[in-house]
Write a protein that binds this ligand. Structure first.
Ligand code: ZN
Ligand code: ZN
Length: 153
C-alpha cells in the first residue's frame, strides 16, 4: 500500500515537472549560449526530481540550462539541491557532525560548509550570506562581507 502511494506520488511529480517544462518553453525562442549550446532564456533545471525555473537575463548568456544544471550542488546539512541562483548559508560543523561526501567547502572559510536556505533546513533567515553562482562559486552579500566569522551548527 505504501509502495503504491509512493509510486503514484512519483508519477504525479514527473507529470508535474513535464507540464512545467511544457508551459515554461511554449512560444519561446532559443538563443546560443557562450558554452556552445542552444538554450531557452527561461527553462527548468531538475535535480533528483526537484525542478527549478531559471531565467537567464541576457541575449548572449554564458551558459545554457544543461550546463547550469551540472553546477547544482547539495546542501551539506539536508542534502537537498542548491541550484544556480539559490541563496546559501555557510556554517562550520560541530566536531561530531559526519560530513557527507557531497558537501561543498567554501574556499575562504576552510571549515565552512555550504548549505541551503530552506525553512526546513536553516532556522534563521539571518543565516543567508550569499548566492550560488556560475561556474560554481559563492557570491557573498555586501552585509556579510563587512561582518566576519561563521556560526557553528
Ligand atoms: Zn551549455
Ligand atoms: Zn539544507
Amino acid at each position: 500500500m505504501k509502495k503504491t502511494k509512493e509510486f503514484l506520488r512519483r508519477i504525479f511529480n514527473i507529470f508535474a515537472i513535464k507540464a512545467t517544462i511544457f508551459f515554461v518553453r511554449i512560444f519561446r525562442k532559443k538563443v546560443m549560449a557562450k558554452c556552445g549550446h542552444e538554450t531557452y532564456l527561461k527553462d527548468v533545471v531538475i535535480y533528483n526530481e526537484i525542478p527549478k525555473i531559471i531565467t537567464i537575463e541576457m541575449e548572449k548568456p554564458s551558459y545554457c540550462h544543461k550546463c547550469l544544471q551540472k553546477m547544482t550542488i547539495r546542501c551539506a546539512w539536508c542534502g537537498n539541491p542548491i541550484f544556480i541562483g539559490d541563496s546559501i548559508t555557510i556554517n562550520s560543523p560541530q566536531d561530531t557532525y559526519v560530513i557527507p561526501k557531497y558537501a561543498v567547502k567554501h574556499n575562504t572559510y576552510p571549515t565552512g560548509l555550504i548549505g541551503c536556505t530552506r525553512i526546513s533546513c536553516c532556522d534563521m533567515l539571518g543565516e543567508m550570506i550569499g548566492f550560488w553562482l556560475p561556474p560554481g562559486k559563492v557570491e557573498l552579500t555586501q552585509e556579510y562581507k563587512k561582518a566576519s566569522g561563521l556560526i557553528k551548527r
